[in-house]
Design a protein around this ligand. Structure first.
Ligand code: DC
Length: 224
């Protein structure tokens, strides 16, 4: 069976960056499952679908005309209907919409097989909220990455500033708190560590330290 390392946790915990670096280091595939929820929300909005209409949104999720391509400078280009949508996907508005559609069981079901199809040799790093609990319950290494709300808001603020996007740290903090609450309280696949997950708090740790700890765990388990 192709090995999977799952990386779950709340928004702003650094999962996305760590998952990308980990996949690069191991030479494994990468699944950014949050992007699938964001794409579903964006495609539904564009099609004029009501985000509360579970069956209609699930239909959008099942038929997403999406392509993931390696970008020239590293990373991934995400194309929806042939149009690059990476920047639009990362906006807070799209994140909030994604969190709404992600609470619909029909949508989660519609995206399940698509996510599992990313598991191809030599291995997969899967980034999300329910990678260890629902999508890849048999993963040989599950990491739950977290950080304090204040630190996550600060990181998100710096990230936006680097991208030249103006942001307000107080509203970012509130948005993250709202999203965490919705993701953790929903009935299907709520945000929580799998019972066999290693919980890493990155509040006081840099990216390199977190990456090194996960690589050590992967080596201990003979995955790398
Ligand atoms: O990781 P992200 O910020 O791109 O995720 C966007 C939203 O999608 C997040 O608020 C919750 C949802 N999500 C989810 O429910 N399950 C996943 N595996 C990944 C994301």
């Amino acid at each position: 069976m192709t090995p999977v390392i799952t990386l779950d946790g709340p928004g702003g915990s650094g999962k996305g960056t760590i998952a990308r670096l980990l996949a690069e280091r191991l030479g494994w595939h990468l699944l950014d499952s949050g992007a699938l929820y964001r794409l579903t929300a964006l495609a539904a909005r564009r099609a004029g679908v009501d985000l509360d209409d579970a069956r209609a949104v699930a239909e959008v999720a099942r038929n997403l005309p999406v392509r993931f391509e390696p970008a020239k400078g590293g990373g991934t280009r995400i194309l929806l209907d042939g149009e690059e949508v990476g920047a639009e996907l990362r906006t807070e508005a799209c994140g909030a919409d994604a969190s709404r559609v992600a609470a619909l069981p029909e949508v989660r079901e519609a995206l399940l097989e698509r996510q599992r199809a990313f598991r191809r040799p030599p291995g997969l790093v899967a980034d999300g909220r329910d990678m260890g609990t629902v999508v890849f319950p048999d993963a040989p290494l599950k990491v739950y990455l977290t950080a304090s709300l204040e630190e996550r808001a600060r990181r998100r603020y710096n990230q936006l500033k680097e991208q030249g996007v103006s942001a307000n740290i107080h509203s970012l903090l509130q948005e993250l708190a709202d999203r965490d609450e919705r993701d953790a309280k929903r009935e299907v696949a709520p945000l929580r560590p799998a019972e066999d997950a290693v919980v890493l708090d990155s509040t006081e740790l840099g990216i390199d330290e977190v990456l090194q700890r996960i690589l050590d765990l992967a080596r201990e388990r003979n995955l790398a």
